[in-house]
Design a protein around this ligand. Structure first.
Ligand SMILES: Cc1ncc(COP(=O)(O)O)c(C=O)c1O
Length: 230
């Protein structure tokens, strides 16, 4: 049994979620990985927001050239039913004494059945759809960027896309985001902000989303941009 006080770990989101849908440069992630390997530090990826098909792959680490030692998963894993998971190297998982990893909701059969179905649906075409629809939405959002000067950046991977809003000086414009979100929710489109100044709108469509649904959503978004004077 390893002494837990002797274990060092670094935990990081492979793409910053609440932080503003920021995709780190590959060299940054590679650097982290190399530091961890050299120093004997466990690398943990928090894939709670990036996992389960969100980026067009099952997990965001698959866009990189290496694996983390440990991953955390939740959210899309059971399509809304309460479930989370830790996935790790076998030699690490074997450190748990029998029965040590328990909890009131652990192994909930209904949530596990939902997760099994989610995996089937993702592998049965929904991951491909996330890639296709992600590229479609990314192109459409970039087209909006070319028409609205308050859009500073469009970024993300797959169906994890964010649009950053700025003011005339190029600073974060959270007030504009709130005006846009207000209009959208009143017209049937729920969007969430993220970023340090809540100046980024994130698009986290279902991986089963259709082109028509994206077009309908974008029409509401564009009306909101016009109404808010973006
Ligand atoms: C990246 C990330 N990690 C962790 C959490 C928290 O997850 P949980 O509510 O399952 O503890 C969230 C949001 O809820 C998240 O976005």
């Amino acid at each position: 049994m390893v002494d837990p006080s002797q274990i060092a770990a670094m935990i990081v989101e492979p793409i910053a979620g609440e932080g503003g849908y920021i995709v780190p440069p590959e060299t940054f992630m590679q650097g982290l990985y190399e530091i961890c390997r050299k120093q004997g530090i466990l690398l943990i990826f928090d894939e709670i927001q990036t996992g389960f098909g969100r980026t067009g792959k099952m997990f965001a680490y698959e866009h990189l050239k290496y694996r983390p030692d440990i991953m955390t998963c939740a959210k899309g894993i059971a399509n809304g039913l309460p479930l989370s998971a830790i996935i790790a190297r076998r030699d690490l998982m074997e450190q748990w004494p029998a029965g040590a990893h328990g909890g009131t909701f652990g192994g909930n059969p209904l949530a596990c059945a939902a997760a099994k179905k989610v995996i089937e649906i993702l592998q049965g075409g929904s991951l491909d759809n996330a890639n296709k629809m992600g590229s479609y939405l990314f192109a459409k959002l970039n087209a909006l960027k070319s028409r609205y000067k308050s859009i500073g950046d469009v970024r993300g991977i797959g169906l994890m896309l964010g649009v950053e809003f700025i003011d005339g000086e190029g600073n974060a414009n959270g007030n504009l985001v709130y005006a846009i979100l207000d209009y959208c929710i009143g017209h049937g489109l729920i969007l969430l902000p993220c970023g340090l100044h809540k100046h980024v709108i994130r698009f986290i469509c279902a991986t089963t989303v259709t082109k028509q649904e994206i077009d309908d959503g974008l029409a509401i978004l564009e009306a909101a941009l016009q109404t808010a004077g973006a």
